[in-house]
Ligand binder design. Sequence first.
Ligand SMILES: [Zn+2]
Length: 1065
Amino acid sequence: MSVNQQAHTGPPYGQPQPGYQGYQQPAYGGQPLPGVPQLQYGAYNGPMPGYQQPAPPQGYFPSLGFPSKGSPVSLNSDTSSLAPNFIGSLRAPSTSGASLPSDHLTYSPFGQGDVQNGIPASAAPMQRPPASQPYLPGSASMPVTQTPTFQQYGPPPTSVQQLSKHMAGMTVGIIAASAPPPAGLGYGAPRPPTMPGPPLPGQTAAGPPASQPNHVFSPPPPSSVSGPQPGPLMSGLHGPPPPTHPPQPGYQMQQNGSFGQVRGPQPNCGAAYPGPPNYGRQPGPPPPPKRLDPDSIPSPIQVIEDDRNNCGSEPFVTGVRGQVPPLVTTDFLVKDQGNASPRYIRCTSYNIPCTSDMAKQSQVPLAAVIKPLATLRPEETLPYLVDHGESGPVRCNRCKAYMCPFMQFIEGGRRFQCCFCSCVTEVPPHYFQHLDHTGKRVDFCDRPELSLGSYEFLATVDYCKNNKFPSPPAFIFMIDVSYNAVKSGLVRLICEELKSLLDYLPREGNMEESAIRVGFVTYNKVLHFYNVKSSLAQPQMMVVSDVADMFVPLLDGFLVNVNESRTVIASLLDQIPEMFADTRETETVFAPVIQAGLEALKAAECAGKLFIFHTSLPIAEAPGKLKNRDDKKLINTDKEKTLFQPQTSFYNNLAKDCVTQGCCVDLFLFPNQYLDVATLGVVTYQTGGSIYKYAYFQLETDQDRFLNDLRRDVQKEVGFDAVMRVRTSTGIRATDFFGAFYMSNTTDVEMAGLDCDKTITVEFKHDDKLSEDSGALLQCALLYTSCAGQRRLRIHNLSLNCCTQLADLYRNCETDTLINYLAKYAYRGVLSSPVKTVRDALINQCAQILACYRKNCASPSSAGQLILPECMKLLPVYLNCVLKSDVLQPGLEVTTDDRAYIRQLVTSMDVAETNVFFYPRLLPLTKADVDSDSLPAAIRNSEERLSKGDIYLLENGLNIFVWVGVNVQQGLIQNLFGVSSFSQISNGLSTLPVLENPFSKKVRSIIDMLQMQRSRYMKLIIVKQEDKLEMLFKHFLVEDKSLSGGASYVDFLCHMHKEIRQLLS
Ligand SMILES: [Zn+2]
C-alpha cells in the first residue's frame, strides 16, 4: 500500500476513518482497516501468539496500558469538595489581648461558589461575602455570617461543648500583617514537637444537616479508618492519625464560620498520642503554641479528586481557544477540534498577559511542555498523514509556518494570510479551493491541516539530509562483557532476551516486518564486532583492539535484517555468554563503544539507536577515559555543581557528532559503584536517548524490571534525526528549551532520536504587545524519520488567550505544568549555580507570583492573609517537594550518580510524570475494594496519615513501596505475603507472592496497572514498619519534614507567607 495517497477526502475528522489508507497503525489502537491485514505488532497490540511471554508481570504491555498517563480509574472518595477558592489567612497572635491563639488558615470562596478559577471574571475589586472575613479567635468583632457555599463543608458545631472543643484546639500559627513574625516560624528552623492532637468529635462530625440538604459529608467513624490501633505504640508512627477518608475534615466550618481548624495541644489525648512523628523525634520542650492544622491547608488529594469528578466524564474538546484542560491526574478523552491535545502540549497558562510588563510583574513563567510523539488513548485518533505530493506542505512564504486551521484565506481563496506573521502567501494552484460565505474553505473539514490541531505531512526530499530520502534506521546492541557483567548473569540474560525481542522491533503501518536492521557489538577493553550475514553458517567475530581511533572493521554483514539472518543471530546470541564465561577482564572502555556505533551508522548512511549495556567506570586507556571524582564533601559548597557536570568535554563533542548522524544512544547502566552518570549520560542526554540505572543489579530481584524496561525501550514509537521548531504568533517567541536534545542554534531543537515518552519544555517571552482579540498561537513542527525510514513532519497547533487583567492570567494557570517547568529550570540551574542559589531563586519567584496575585487580584483588606489563587493553591506544597528533592536537597543515602540520574530523568519528564515524581501517590491497599476495578482513594503524603493497622502503596514513577504496619491483621498478612505474622515477612522483599485470594489478586493487579501507566518499570520495595528500609520510604512522605532538612508542608507554607508579606510590605 502506498503512503503517497492524495490528501484525505473522507468523512469529517475526529472519528475513525476506515478509508484513510496512508497511515495505519492498528498497533497503536487504531481501527483495523478493511482489507488490510491486522498488523502483527506485539508491542502495542498485546502479546503475540508466537512470543513466549514470561510469567507476569513481565509480559509485554498491551497498548491499552500506555496511552493514558492518568489513572484510568477514578478514585471513589468522599463527595466533599474543596472550597472553590482558597483564601488561607495567616495571622499573628491577636494584639487585642485575646488569650487564644489566632493563627489559622481561612478558606472561603470569593463570591460565587462556582467560579472555576478562583477569582471573579473581572479585575474589579473582589466582592467578598462577609463570611470570607477571617476569623480572629477571641475577637468578637468579626462577622460570622456564612454564605451558602460554605455550608457544604459542614455546618458549624452547635453545642457549647463542640464549640469549646474547637476553641481548645486552636493554636497560634501565624501572624497578623502588622505584627512581627513570632520566633519559631522561621523556615527550616527545627521545630520542637507539637501536638496536632486527634480530630475531635466536634471537628469531624458534621453538625445538624438540616440546613444543608445538598451537602454530603459523612465522615466514617474515626476508629474505622485510622484511629489508634490496639497494640504497642510504635515510635515511628504515633501521631494521631486523622481520618483518612474523607480526608478533609479541616475544611469544615468553624464555629465562627471561617475555615481551617487549628490543632493544638490536646491535653486529653496526650497519653494516647505521644506526638506526631515528625516533630517528636527528639524529646523537646512542651509543644509551642503554634501549629497549623495540616487538614486546613490545600490538599493535593482533594484537588486531584475534584478535577476527576468535574472533568473526568466528558471528553475534552479542543475547539475553544485558551481552554484549560483537565489535570494530568484525571482520566479523560480528547477530541481534536483544531487545537493540539493536552497529551501533546500543556501550558503553564492558557491566558497570556498582553504585555511583557504584565508578565514580568506576575513572574508567572510562560512555558509549554511539548510531547510531540505522545501516545494517545486507543479511542483517540492518531494524527492523519497528509501528502501534498512533490510540492510538499503549504507554508507561509515568510515565517515558513505550516498550513493550519488558523491561516486565513482571502481573495476568494487565492491567497492566505499567515496567522503567525501576517504575511500574505499565494495558494498553490493544486491547493486552491473556494470559500464559503464565512470565508472558510469549503473543504476545510476534509483536510486535517485545516480542521485539526495535530496532523502529519509527508515530507519531500527537500526535508531530507543531503536531499536524499533516508534509509530505514538501525538498532545496534552493544554489550559490556567484562567480568562483572558476565558474573552477574547479565550477559546471558540480555542475549536470551534479544533472541525473542528482536521479533518486536517497531514497524510501520501494514508492513509485515520491521524495516529496522540490527547489529551486535560486545566489548570490555577492546571491541568485538560480529558478522551475522545470512549466508554465513556461523557468526564471525572481529576484534578491534586499537580503541584510540575507532573504525568499523566490516560493513557487509554487520547490520542485517532480523528475518534474513535469524539463524546466525540466534547462534551468536547463544555463543556470546559462552565465549566470555571465563573472562578476567574487569576494565571497560566507553566512548569508543559509542564511536563504533556512530561509525557503523555513518557507513550504512542511516540513523539509528545504540543500546549500550554498561557496568563500570571506563578506566581503561582510551578516549573518554574517566577517573573517579565522586566527592560528597562538595555538597552544599560552591563546587557542588561540578558533581552534575561532565568531567571532560569529550562526550559533548561526541554527542554533537552523534546528533549530526542521527545516532541516538540509550544507556542501560548496572553499576556496583560510582560510574559517573553525569559524564556517561552526556551523549544519551544530548541525543534524545534514555538512561536506565540498576544499581547493584541482581538477577533474581532486578531482572523483571530490567527486561520490562528493555522491551518497552526497544519497541516504543520513536522518530529519528528529528528537528523541532516552535513558531509563535507575533508578540511572543520561544526563548528557552529544556529537555534531552542538542541545539546548534537558538531555534532548532535537534534530537538524534525522539520517542513517545520524551518531552521538551519551551519557555516564551514577549517581544511585542499581544492583543486580546487575536490571542496567541503556537505551532510546533517536528521533522523526523519514522521507523520505516519515511520522512515526516508532525504539526501541533495551540491557540491561547491573551489578557490585560492579571486575574485572567491567574485564573487560567496550570500548577502541574508550572512545576514541570520550575523543576526543569532548577535542575538545569544546578549545573552552573550553587544549589542554595537555585533553591532561593525558586522560592523567590514563587513568592513573587503569589504576592502579585495577592496585591492585584485579591481583596485589599486584611493584608495579613495568605491568599492563594485557586489554580495555584498547590504551588507551595508542590514547590516544597521540588526543593526537597534529591537533586536540590539530597538525603544522606543518595549517591552522586543517583542525583545526576534523577536530574537527567526529570529533564525529559512530562507533566504527569513530574506530578507523581514530586508528590507520590499513596494508596491505602487495605481499603481497596477487591470486587471492583477501582483504586482505593489516595491519601496525603504524611506519616500521620498512616495507620499501623493498614498496608499502603506509594509510587512515584520510579519506585513502588508497599508499607506494612505492625498491627496489620494476621489474615491480611497471610493473604498478601503467605506468612502467618508480621515478623515472618522477609526484610527487603522485592516481590509479592502469587497467591490465590482476592486481596492478593487485587494488590497485584493494582501494581500491574500502575506499572503499565508509567514509562519505566518501577522497582517494588516492601517496607515493614520500623524496619531499616522505612527511612527510605519516609523520604517520600513529602508533606513531612525530611531528614535531610526539607521543610514540612505546614512549615513551608508559613515560610512562603512570610516571603510574600515581605514582598508586599
Ligand atoms: Zn508567516
